[in-house]
Structures are given as structure tokens and as C-alpha cells.
Design a protein around this ligand. Structure first.
Ligand code: GDP
Ligand code: MG
Length: 811
């Protein structure tokens, strides 16, 4: 509840003060402190301002100001303070406020790749994804911890270079700061690139928020031989600086200590400074600032100086914020005068002028505090970069890396796969031998082991792939790949930055689509989202390994590598088509940066693999298990017996030779006929046969068709469905063998090399799984794109696999 919501005569207890530094300080000085009781006396005629009684005197606040004070009911407050003596366990944060425990809301802010997420993980003990390139964090993650009697609520915000509202991340951070008003901001900066990192700091200083700087990657500064007098720098900036090494946790406690000091307003280094921007700009800012201060209804979320600067820069978000006010016209006039003066004196527009003045400020501060510029780390980086971003070697190196990645995934992954496979068949042997016949046994053997068992064997392949992707991200190689791909991507009408989501798509399309938020240009972003499903995700691996292993035993890796390339080709073609016919223009050019290389720790890589394994196993136990059981049930019911089978059916299929009838057939023949009839006339059989004509031209049977449709839930389900549908007489045989057994009806196996190839191509291209479609809709903000993805991809898949099938038949 906010103070502004109370009516005259109500009383309440203050639980929290939102709002930024100066306002916060002022109301606290007036006696609005957490835990104080306050009573509403009366409202002015236009309901603004409102008079309150606090301690023994009366003060009046504007409604806008009162809305920044959080209050709770007096009875609640006293009730729970009594309880506090009895209970020591508290879980609910809301409750803790009332009980009077101290909560500090901390937001982590900084450039991309400065170690925010690592710090967040260290402090909160969470396992967030850490990566060495811009834009891994696309959402805010929150966690909490207790330390010295305080509860820290920590939020990991997306990385930003500044606080203008141009990219989605910047806007996100800005809105977060406005709405959530963290008590203390931890501004994470990297020592190796202080100049650029401190740019954001200068904007935070303009905002006048309580903050602490975490000078992260301090190990690298030490290694480089640079000397930074961070204590003095902190004093210059008026912000305490604490050196940290987020990857090992060094300095984290000191950081938290400083956060507490700042929160309690007892840190000696805290001082409100102005980043002085020279007379021309300051003269433009002052009148704007004064005008903003004079606006009675203006929300006190941001400091007037910050608003004035951003307004001068034509920041769209600040523009939006100020537009509704009566005084807007007056502000615009002031801005015009200021802009003209700046242009005249400095020959630059305000935005450029402000940026260069700020860099001048930073340079000045560093000149006094930083010496020694021998950067050893930088040197190794340069040497490696000379090779991997080289015109001649760059591409071959990348292709080799990719090939090694796929080779390890599929060749080395085969060994553990065989172990799991034999374990699965051992279990089904046990069940087959010792369990009494009946539907339950059928469910276990054909439904669950056939389905889930068929998919679980691919766990090692997927783990290996993820180990590679995670290594490429953490080491910084991924950023180089984006760099060397830039030119090629431009040919597709995209930007090098689009390449990272595409490579991530090999793992899973969902996070890959989310990571497109790093792309500033809207049209490039949309195209990258739409072509992402062509990047063959790891869920499709089971299908490839199964079919390529069975039908191309000697050239498996090449076939799979070819499929991935085909996917990339489809992406390129689609991107070009989209650029030509749908999204004509690319708006913003942007810089690409090369973070220094870092050796990923084994721990980080193992952690990423473990997280993946856990997720995969959960998927097995959940979605895939359920899907397998449903598919099994649909193919199991209704039940038929031999009497239900008409003679004509037997004659049609030609399963009995030499004029034998159903009655005179042998036991084996009878059970084969019954099995086939059962499947074809089950619920699933009816559905499948209805859509068989669609897949016939690409060489598929109704069982393949049903599996493809079931793959909408998740691509692994394609394999589990095949596993359920192709149950042979020999339950222990691996699925790959069952797919090669001749069908009793036609005498031919369900797949041959050509059919298998067409099937894999179809799986590669056709509609994405539901999670991916949802991600597309969420990220593009329109169901239109989700629908496009489903229709376009499916039609394309049909056409391409038709062509592939026909060509394969000729060979
Ligand atoms: P974010 O983008 O700001 O969230 O940055 P991340 O937390 O994802 O970290 C980026 C990279 O820097 C990862 O590879 C981390 O392992 C690495 N890193 C983070 N903190 C440190 C540090 O203090 N020292 C060193 N050497 N590396 C670090
Ligand atoms: Mg991050």
C-alpha cells in the first residue's frame, strides 16, 4: 500500500521509501523513517498536497511524493512485531518488512559481459547462464541472500552501455529503475575497459541514485601490471569502489559491506557530484532542470538533472514521460534554445557533445588514478585474434571448430550411447521375461520403454554438444565468430551479431530466439528470429542419429553435417527473401566488440552440462513420458481380436501366401496379422491414414506422419513416437533395428536410405515445436510471425524433402 492511498483520519506505519537520492534524503530528514507511525490529517481542496502528522509535528507532501512511500496497517505492524520475538524463521519477504527486518533491494547494472551474472550467482547461489559475449542476460533475474542481519534482494539486469532508451535492454533497465527503485545500485565495471564502462557510471551519477561500484575482474587488472588507485577514483566520483573477482567470489563480502554502509547512509565516500560538462551544455541543462523542479506533479522517480540531460538528448523514453504534462511546450522551447547554443559553440548536436564531454570527464578522472598501460592479457588476445579473425584463416578455423564439434557429438557420443542402449534393452528383457502378459506390460514395454527409452539414449550426444557451445561462449570465441561472419551476414541483410543467436540455435531455439534481443535493429531482429528454427536444435539430434546411424552407417557424420548445412542454407535463403519482400530497410548500424579471451573454468562448463542433463531428464520424465503414453494409448485402443478381422483384409494385404486363410495360418502369422490390423485400425491409425496422402510423395508412411505431428510437442517426441509405433516381435531389439525390419504387410522395411533422408530433411525444416512458436510470438509481439513460421517452414520442408527424395531415388 502507498501512503497516497490513505484517506484523512487513517493511520499507518512506514515500511519502505522508494524514490531517488535527494528526495529520499529529504523525506528521511523530515522524519519519514521505516517503522514510524503516520496519520493523515487533511487534504488540500484539489487533493494535493496532503497534510500528515508524524512524530509530533505536521508536514505536508505532494501526492506524487506520497506515492513513493510504502506503508502498512498499524495493527499488522504491531501484531507481527510481537510475533517476531516468538519466531525466528522468516521466509516471506513482505512479512519481513513488517517485522522490521532490514531489506536491501540491490540491482546489478553494467555493460554486457562485465560479470554481472557471475556476481549474481556468487551472491545468490543461483546458477544463471554465464557467457562471454554481449547479451546473454536478456531478462532480469532475481535472487536473495542473508548477510549480517540484512536480507539482500538482488536483481541481475541486462547489460547496457548507457541509459538511453534505444535498445530493448536499455529500455528495460530504465523502466526497471523507474518502477522498482532499488535501494542501492551495484554498478559493475570491468577494469580492462574502464573508460567505456564508466560512461554508464556517469549516467547513474546524473540520476543521483545510491550506488556502489564493483570493480570486477580485478584479477585481470593485477595481472596486466596496471595500477589503479580505486579508492581515490571512488572519492572523485563520489561512489565507493570495491574490487571484486566475481568468478571466484573474492571481494564479494566487502562489496556487501559497502552496500550496507551506503544503504545506512554512513559511507564516507558517498558524495553527490555533477559530471561537469562545460559551460555550453551546463547552460542548456540548468533552465531545463529548474523548469522540471517547478513542475508540482512530476513523479520523483528520476532526478531533474538526469531528466534534463536526457530530454536535451531527445531520449524517447524521457520524451514519453514528459509529454503528458502541461509544461511540455515550455520545456521544448527551452530545449531548442539550448540546442542552438550548443550547436553554435561546439559544432555538435547535444547528444554527441554530451557524450564527448562525459568521456573527457572520465579521461580526466583516470589520468589521476590509473597508471601503467602494459596489458599482458590484451596481448595474448591480440595474438589469438590475429589468427581467428584473419581473412585467410578465420573461416577455415571456424569450419574446423564446427566439424570437430559435430564429430565429437556424433562419433564420441556413440560409445556412451551404446552403453545406455544396452541398459535399456536389458531392462525391457527383464520386464518381458518376468511380467505377466496384459495391458500393463504392454504399456511399460511398448509405451514407456519404447518411447522414453528410445530418446534417453541420446543424452550423451546432447551433453557433448552443449559442452562445446558453452565453451565457445565463455571463452570469447563466439564473439569472434560474430565478427568474422559480419560481412557474410551483411550479404544476407543481417548483422554479425545475428550469428550468435543462430549458433545458439544448435542447442535450443528457445533461448536462442530470446537472445536476439542483443540486436538493436528491429528488422534484423525479426529476421533472425524467423530463421532461427532452421538452426537444427539438439532435440533433433535423436532423429538424425537414429536414422543416419541405421541407414548411413559409414557416412553418418557427413550426412548429419550436411543436414546442418542444409538448415543454414535454408536460413540464408529465407533471410534474403524476407529482406527483399517483407522488411525492406535496416535501420541502425552498430559497433561490434571483441572481449578479451578468457579460459572458461572446468567448473563453469560442467555446470552448464549438468544443468542441461537435468533439464533433459526432466523433459524425459514429463513431456516425453506423457506424450509416449498418449501415443501408445491411441495406438492400443480400441482392441481387436482375430474374429474382428475380415477375410477381405487378409486378402488385400497379401500377408498370407499359398491361399492360406486366417484359420489355417500359423500362430506367428496370426499374431503378425493381428498386430498390423490393430495398429491400422486404432484411433491413431485412423488419424494417420487420413493424412497419409500428404506424406506419400515424400516417401513416408502414416506412422512417420503421426510421429511428425506429435513432434509439435517437442522434437524428441518424433523418435519416441516411432519407438511406440514400430514395436516389433522382438521387443529387445533397438529401435534402429526395428526400423530396418521388413513390414509383414508389404515385405519392405518402413525406411530405406532415400526415405530416411527425406524424413530427416523434413524434420530439419518443418514447423518448430510449441515452445519455439511461443518464443517467436513473445519476442516479436505478434502471433502473425508464429503463424508465418508454422506455414512457411512446413511448406518449405515438404518441397525440399520432395526434391531430396526424388534425387535420392535416382541415385
Ligand atoms: P554479464 O554479461 O555481465 O552477466 O557477464 P557474465 O557474468 O556472463 O560474465 C562474462 C564472462 O566473464 C564469463 O566468462 C565469466 O566467467 C567471466 N568473469 C566474470 N567475472 C570475472 C572475474 O572477476 N575475473 C575473470 N577473470 N573473469 C570473470
Ligand atoms: Mg549476464
Amino acid at each position: 500500500m502507498r501512503l497516497s492511498e490513505l484517506k484523512p483520519g487513517d493511520s499507518a506505519v512506514i515500511t519502505k521509501i522508494l524514490g531517488h537520492g535527494a528526495f529520499r534524503k529529504r523525506v528521511m530528514e523530515m522524519g519519514f523513517v521505516k517503522g514510524r507511525e503516520i496519520k493523515v490529517m487533511l487534504q488540500a481542496p484539489l487533493s494535493d498536497p496532503i497534510k500528515y502528522r508524524i512524530l509530533d509535528y505536521e508536514v505536508s507532501l505532494r501526492r506524487a511524493e506520497a506515492s513513493l512511500l510504502e506503508v502498512a496497517d498499524v495493527s499488522e505492524w504491531t501484531d507481527s512485531s510481537e510475533q517476531k520475538a516468538l519466531t525466528t524463521q522468516h521466509d516471506n519477504p513482505e512479512e519481513e518488512v513488517i517485522r522490521g527486518d532490514k531489506i536491501i533491494n540491490v540491482a546489478l547494472l553494467g555493460n554486457p559481459n562485465c560479470g554481472k551474472t557471475s556476481l549474481f550467482n556468487m551472491v545468490s547461489g543461483a546458477h544463471e547462464h554465464v557467457g562471454n559475449y554481449a547479451g546473454v542476460t536478456v531478462d532480469a533475474k532475481s535472487g536473495h541472500m542473508k548477510y549480517k542481519g540484512y536480507r539482500f534482494n538482488i536483481v541481475d539486469l541486462p547489460g547496457t552501455y548507457s541509459l538511453s532508451a534505444y535498445s530493448p535492454e536499455e529500455l528495460y533497465v530504465l523502466r526497471y529503475l523507474r518502477k522498482e527503485t532499488p535501494d542501492v545500485i551495484v554498478n559493475v565495471v570491468v577494469g580492462s575497459n574502464l573508460e567505456r564502462n564508466l560512461f554508464l557510471t556517469t549516467e547513474l551519477i546524473d540520476m543521483n541514485r545510491s550506488m556502489v561500484i564493483a570493480l570486477n575482474m580485478y584479477d585481470e587488472i593485477e595481472k596486466s601490471g596496471q595500477k589503479l588507485n580505486y579508492k581515490y577514483l571512488g572519492q572523485l566520483l563520489g561512489v565507493p569502489i570495491v574490487p571484486t573477482v566475481a568468478s571466484t567470489g573474492k571481494g564479494v563480502n566487502e562489496l556487501l559491506d559497502r552496500v550496507i554502509d551506503v544503504y545506512e547512509m554512513r559511507d564516507p565516500d558517498v558524495r553527490h557530484i555533477h559530471v561537469n560538462m562545460g559551460p555550453a551544455i551546463e547552460n542548456a541543462i540548468s533552465p531545463l532542470k529548474d523548469a522540471l523542479k517547478g513542475m508540482p506533479n512530476l513523479q520523483h522517480h528520476f532526478s531533474p538533472r538526469y531528466l534534463a540531460i536526457k530530454f536535451l538528448e531527445h531520449d524517447p523514453e524521457v520524451e514519453r514521460m514528459l509529454k503528458p504534462y502541461r509544461e511540455y511546450e515550455q520545456l521544448v522551447t527551452l530545449r531548442e534554445t539550448g540546442t542552438n547554443n550548443i550547436m553554435k559553440k561546439l559544432g555538435e548536436d547535444p547528444q554527441a557533445a554530451i557524450a564527448s564531454e562525459k568521456y573527457g570527464f572520465i579521461e580526466g578522472a583516470l589520468a589521476e588514478t590509473l597508471d601503467g598501460t602494459v596489458k599482458r592479457e590484451q596481448k595474448t588476445t591480440e595474438i589469438i585474434d590475429a589468427f581467428v579473425t584473419n581473412k585467410l584463416f578465420g573461416f577455415p578455423i571456424f569450419l574446423i571448430v564446427m566439424f570437430v564439434m559435430f564429430w565429437c557429438t556424433f562419433e564420441i557420443g556413440n560409445y556412451p550411447m551404446e552403453w545406455i542402449e544396452s541398459l535399456v534393452s536389458y531392462i525391457s528383457e527383464l520386464i518381458g521375461n518376468y511380467m505377466p502378459e496384459g495391458p500393463l506390460k504392454d504399456l511399460l514395454l511398448d509405451g514407456i520403454i519404447g518411447g522414453v527409452g528410445g530418446v534417453i539414449v541420446f543424452l550423451p550426444n546432447i551433453l557433448i554438444l552443449y559442452a562445446f557451445i558453452s565453451f565457445m561462449e565463455d571463452s570469447g570465441y563466439m564473439a569472434r565468430v560474430a565478427f568474422i561472419m559480419d560481412k557474410l551476414m551483411h550479404k544476407m541483410g543481417l548483422h554479425g551479431k545475428s550469428f550468435i543467436p543462430l549458433v545458439m540455435g544448435f542447442g535450443c531455439n528457445v533461448p536462442a530466439i530470446m537472445s536476439t534481443r542483443i540486436i538493436e535493429s528491429k528488422s534484423s531482429r525479426l529476421i533472425t528470429v524467423l530463421i532461427n528454427p532452421f538452426m537444427s536444435c539438439s532435440a533433433r539430434i535423436p532423429i538424425y542419429v537414429l536414422l543416419a546411424g541405421a541407414f548411413f552407417p559409414r557416412h553418418g557424420t557427413w550426412v548429419i553435417f550436411g543436414l546442418y548445412l542444409l538448415g543454414i542454407a535454408m536460413a540464408i535463403i529465407t533471410a534474403r527473401l524476407l529482406r527483399r519482400f517483407w522488411f525492406k530497410k535496416d535501420e541502425t548500424p552498430f559497433v561490434m566488440e571483441l572481449p578479451p579471451y578468457r579460459m572458461p573454468t572446468a567448473k563453469a562448463t560442467l555446470r552448464a552440462m549438468w544443468a542441461k542433463a537435468e533439464q533433459y531428464l526432466k523433459k524425459m520424465g514429463g513431456l516425453i513420458l506423457v506424450a509416449s503414453i498418449i501415443i501408445w494409448a491411441l495406438s492400443y485402443f480400441p482392441r481387436y481380436s482375430l474374429e474382428d478381422i475380415p477375410q477381405s483384409y487378409v486378402a488385400e494385404t497379401g500377408m498370407l501366401k499359398d491361399g492360406k486363410t486366417l484359420q489355417s495360418a500359423g500362430e506367428d502369422e496370426k499374431s503378425a496379422i493381428l498386430n498390423t490390423y490393430q495398429q491400422e485400425h486404432s484411433i491413431l491409425g485412423h488419424i494417420g491414414r487420413a493424412c497419409e496422402p500428404v506424406v506419400k510423395p515424400i516417401g513416408q508412411t502414416w506412422k512417420g506422419c503421426v510421429s511428425l505431428i506429435a513432434g509439435a510437442a517437442a522434437k524428441e517426441v518424433v523418435v519416441s513416437t516411432l519407438g511406440v509405433l514400430y514395436v516389433g516381435d522382438d521387443d529387445e531389439a533397438a529401435l534402429s533395428e526395428r526400423l530396418q525390419e521388413p513390414s509383414p504387410v508389404t515385405g519392405q522395411p518402413p525406411f530405406n536410405p532415400a526415405k530416411a533422408l527425406a524424413f530427416m530433411v523434413f524434420v530439419l525444416i518443418y514447423f518448430p515445436c510449441i515452445a519455439t512458436i511461443a518464443a517467436i510470438i513473445r519476442e516479436t509481439g505478434s502471433w502473425k510471425y508464429g503463424l508465418f513460421s508454422v506455414l512457411y517452414n512446413t511448406v518449405l520442408a515438404w518441397i525440399v524433402s520432395f526434391i531430396v527424395y526424388r534425387i535420392a531415388l535416382l541415385i
